[in-house]
Design a protein around this ligand. Sequence first.
Ligand code: DGL
Length: 263
Amino acid sequence: MREAPIGVFDSGVGGLSVLAEIKRLLPNESLLYVADCGNIPYGEKTPEFIRQRCSVMAEFFVKQGAKALVLACNTATVAGVADLRRDYPQWPIVGMEPAVKPAAAATRSGVVGVLATTGTLQSAKFAALLDRFAIDVRVITQPCPGLVELIEAGDLHSPALRQLLHGYLEPLLAAGCDTIILGCTHYPFLKPLLKQMIADDISLIDTGAAVARQLHRLLAERELLASGPSREAQFWTSASPEHLRNILPLLWSGSGVVQEFLL
Ligand code: DGL
C-alpha cells in the first residue's frame, strides 16, 4: 500500500502547478494525474456538474489503486470535497482553497486581492473562508473568465493574455492591494508575466506548496509514505492526448505517459 500511487486531478492542466510541488516534496511517490480538459472551465459550470465529475475521478483513482486523492483545483474543492470525504471516509483526501488566511496575515496595506474562478468566488465555502480569516482586512475579489482557456492552449504570455490579465489586475491595484491570492491552480503558470505587471513589493500567494505539505502530513500519520523509487508519472486527459503531449513540456518538468480518459 505504501508504494501505491497518489491520484491528482484538475479541470485541466492547472493542477500540474500543484503536482510539481508534490513531486518536489515527495519525490518517492508515484503520481497519477487526470486533466478533465474536455470539461474546462469548471469555473463556469454548476456545482452539481462538478460534483459528478469529482465522483467519476474518485472512482477512477480507486480502480487505479490510489492510496490518496488530491483535488488540485479550488473550484472542484469548493463544490465537491465534502461529498468525497463523506463517500470515501477512509481515504486521505486533500483539497485546496484560496490562501485567505496567509494573505490576511501577510498584508501591510490591509487590502488583499483574490484572482479566482467565478465558481470559487460565488461558493458558500469561500464566503465562510472570508468570514473566518478576513478580519480587519479588505478583500477585493476578481473572477477571471477566459484565462483558463488561454493557459489550456499553452499561452502564458501573448498580448491577448496580457490585455485580459491587465483588466483583471487593474481594480486590485487601484484598491491598493499589496498581496494577491492566486486562487486557481492555473494561475501560478502566469507568475512570470504577473511579476512584470505588478510592483516589486506586491506579493503573489498560492497554495500548491501547502497542499503538498498537507498530503505529506496525512500520509505520514497513516504510515503511507513511499520509500521509492517512484514510477514514472501517468497522465490522462478527457480531451486530445496529442494536445496534452504538446503542451506538457511547458508545464511539467518530468517525463510521463499521456493517455485518453474516456469516462
Ligand atoms: N484550476 C481550477 C481551479 O483551481 C479551475 C479552472 C477552471 O475553471 O476549469 O479553480
